[in-house]
Design a protein around this ligand. Sequence first.
Ligand code: 7GP
Length: 829
Amino acid sequence: YSGERKAKAERILGLMDGFLKNDPVSLQKDILEHVEYTVARSRFSFDDFEAYQALSHSVRDRLIERWHDTQVYFKRKDPKRLYFLSLEFLMGRSLSNSVINLGIRDQCADALSQLGFEFEVLAEQEGDAALGNGGLARLSACQMDSLATLDYPAWGYGLRYQYGLFRQVILDGFQHEQPDYWLNFGNPWEIERVHVSYAVKFYGNVEEEILNGEKCKVWIPGETVEAVAYDNPIPGYGTRNTVNLRLWAAKPSGQHDMESYNTGDYINAVVNRQRAETISSVLYPDDRSHQGKELRLKQQYFFVSASLQDIIRRFKEAHDNFDVFPEKVALQLNDTHPSLAIPEVMRVLVDEEHLGWNRAWDIVCKIFSFTTHTVLPEGLEKIPVDLLESLLPRHLQIIYDINFNFMEELKKKIGLDYDRLSRMSIVEEGAVKNIRMANLSIVCCHTVDGVSRVHSELLKSRVFKDFYELWPQKFQYKTNGVTQRRWIVVSNPGLSALISKWLGTEAWIRDVDLLTGLREYAADADLQQEWKMVRKVNKMRLAEYIEAMSGVKVSLDAMFDVQIKRIHEYKRQLLNILSIIHRYDCIKNMEKSDRRKVVPRVCIIGGKAAPGYEIAKKIIKLCHAVAEKINNDTDVGDLLKLVFIPDYNVSVAELVIPGADLSQHISTAGHEASGTGSMKFLMNGCLLLATADGSTIEIIEEIGSDNMFLFGAKVHEVQALREKGPALKTPLQFARVVKMVRDGYFGFEDHFKSLCDTVEGGSDFYLLGSDFASYLEAQAAADKAFVDQEKWTRMSILSTAGSGRFSSDRTMEEYAKKTWGIEPCKCPF
Ligand code: 7GP
């Protein structure tokens, strides 16, 4: 600064006490101030929740300081920025993660204990921010943590839903959904930006105008809604950099509809305006398909339009020529959900900035990249043309124009191969005409990423084969990763300390490849002893939770066997339950003397089913029915227990994963695009029971197949097995356990009939029957290994040691270099 501004800045600096201090006494003062002035309780009397609020505000103050410094620095340096557009972010809790990344965990704990509070107890007061469904959404959260830690100039953009993913309540074994009004008690981790708001338009019609002698299109919208920004600072670890996750909330527009006010119907006019807020009110709870819902489409456009207005405003503050846009902006589409950004950028550049179609198209082709997260055909979004025409008439025209040009170009390359042309067209003809959002994304993006190697192979050979043949250079993959900060340091502090002790450094928290250093101690008796101790403490914590949630007492000597993830037929929770029935059946039919050889198991299953997904809901009911029978059978006792953990979410995962001995990732090969739960278990030294699917194939390469329990058909075998259909051999044990369910051994036989029908009578699409025998063998191998605790512990240490490749730090570096072309921009203070 110079002149007057400089004098003002100096005066402000003179008034300041420097940055906020992080010693326990300063923290105590800050906490007490927030108790008095923010929470408005007396400093001399406040409870755990109020202490949590005051602590969070003290932490937030520190986040804001760093956030400001980072944003000012980015602005000054003006690097190419990454804008990560995602309709879902599954952040979970923020307190523990923030204090660890800020490096003030111990100071906070000290400060609190002197005030008579315990950090862990306060951390439990926080609810989850569950603004997403499953894998895709938690991946976005992990990636934000890595982007901040690696100093990348990145911004996340999404929607601030008022209701996150529904809460799962189990009544009589059935799933019921209840609203998650997570903002009830306020959210200290966000900053409302009342002045950062944009008008988002819908409906209306398109007119032609003559501007400077040229025809141009003008969209006359029929409805306007305001998007208001809420900023969520994301701190990096071991750096001052703190990036922003900006979430949009819908508010009634400031533009008044004078007509309705003047007609005297004041109340109705206000109520109508208020309806605008519904756009960001609720997250769609289905992670398979959301075909044809107007509100969903509105959500997509709302967040895309607001984000782009924000991005373009920031760009224009520093530049006046759009030709440098691709040097300053990378736009990442997290699946096709934000792909309306493509026609929106075209619309802004052509209709509002008057760049002309070709120049605008040239820019669009350089800025977008797209990652797909599924292989399921129902996961590929389609938008009915009718819907788009009424909601976004100008965007539909633009998509038609993009498609026309694409089809013309394609005809030149492949000739009049009409089948192929119609497969590749962005517009799907038929009884209902649709826009294929994946095709639109592939045509316009410079890179199409898969989330594991095998996923990418399937995209190239099946799902997007035609496109791969046309543009092989567009197709890449970056195997997913998760952040070790949350999934080891936050969730497993015991293991974290142990790793640092044996490696002699905490550097692995930023440089996770250092974990390989554990390999040389894998057989060390001292490490093994300490490793087992840490794991035992985690199991105790989990056992207490299980008892509190389900009333079932479990033995710590049993193998804790966990399958937690969304409930889907392809993820095969049913296969797991059927094998638990088999285990139960075997124990019941065993000589009493043989029972001594049985390895005791606690089978733990958790996950939500999409509200409209009937079969998935029946799987949950079956799990409860089987658990009821087994857990009340005193004859079986501790040899076998089955518990369903209700309302599975990020913070439950943080508790369960460190306490698991074995975890299951048993999707039918070729269906799990990547899988990221497996990586979290691996980092925590939990052994995997898995099929060779998604990223498991790459995990095998890192830790070796003898350190895990593999089974089942391979990706290339699945098709042939399916074609065999009813001729497929299934083992007798399989028929027996399915019959037990059918015959009402667990009650509710009418209810379970359609579930049994999905795996019998030639309709076993997910191949439970044909994989059953090898699944049981893998289960037996796991039992055998568990008996030899020395061997098991060695395998466990080697799992953690081999998990480095599955850090989202590695994934983000690959994206930065190969897809986005961005460089770190480290705030120097
Ligand atoms: C998931 C995939 O099912 C999972 O395999 C992958 O690990 C994860 O994304 C992260 O890439 N997909 C979703 O969660 C999802 O909603 C619909 O996909 C497009």
